[in-house]
Design a protein around this ligand. Structure first.
Ligand SMILES: [Mg+2]
Length: 252
């Protein structure tokens, strides 16, 4: 995994800036810093301003695990062209089935996990997020969640995350599918994608080095991303670099 903001690797960003390119971003932990209260996650004003400028120069997309309306409400005034929620499943034509499966799972999990302190089942319409950030005994909370999930009668894909287990109906498209669809819709030669978590690996694992530049926030040996940023705060210099290169400027 290479550091994208090093001098040696700026050329990879220049290639994006000089192509018909789609820029796509995860939200939490990528555009917005991770915070303990998920309702309090917002972009820094600097990030928001940079994103707004980028949207005038590139087609941009957010592909988030949050519901679409939730993430849209966090974009302030940025004119993002595409907003995809629920890990790639929203919008999608076959959502009625996803809603049904998600509702069945939510009801059963609410009963099974009612007595586990600090566990909270978030219903996002087309997927669930079982949060355990507030649990004091995280190991036993995780074990209780796993036991409850194993008993579900519907087929749900488990996607790990930071103090959360996401459950997405198996038939639903994932972030990688969403990115490929958006890239095709924009007739883009290449897509840049930035993400920080397990669910973003569905994009990184596409393994299309000529058509996808994958950047992980934080280096990780287990990630399939080609490049990384060191910290979430470095998303600002990344966005600024993409702006400068697009307008033909040089990077010092
Ligand atoms: Mg994230």
């Amino acid at each position: 995994m290479k550091y994208i903001l090093s001098k040696a690797n700026i050329g990879a960003l220049a290639k994006v800036a000089h192509s018909r390119a789609l820029l796509a971003f995860d939200f939490d932990g990528t555009l917005a810093p991770i915070v303990s209260d998920r309702d309090a996650a917002f972009m820094r004003p600097t990030t928001s301003a940079l994103l707004n400028e980028l949207c005038a120069r590139y087609p941009c997309a957010i592909i988030s695990g949050r519901s679409r309306s939730d993430v849209e409400a966090r974009l302030c005034d940025a004119r993002v062209k595409h907003v995809v929620g629920n890990h790639g499943a929203e919008p999608w034509p076959e959502t009625a089935e996803l809603e049904k499966e998600t509702a069945i799972a939510r009801e059963l999990l609410a009963v099974a996990l009612a007595s586990v302190p600090g566990v909270d089942v978030e219903d996002k319409g087309y997927s669930l997020a079982i949060h355990y950030r507030a649990a004091k005994a995280k190991g036993s909370a995780r074990a209780a969640i796993q036991r409850a999930v194993r008993k579900l009668p519907v087929s749900m894909r488990q996607v790990g995350g930071k103090m959360v287990l996401n459950l997405v109906p198996t038939r639903a498209p994932h972030k990688g599918n969403a990115l490929v669809d958006l890239r095709a819709a924009e007739e883009a030669e290449i897509a840049l994608y930035v993400g920080d978590d397990v669910t973003d690996e569905d994009v990184f694992e596409l393994d299309q080095p000529d058509r996808l530049l994958g950047i992980r926030v934080g280096p990780s040996r287990r990630s399939a991303a080609q490049y990384h940023l060191r910290t979430q705060a470095e998303v600002d210099p990344l966005l600024a670099t993409l702006l400068t290169l697009r307008s033909g400027g040089a990077i010092a």
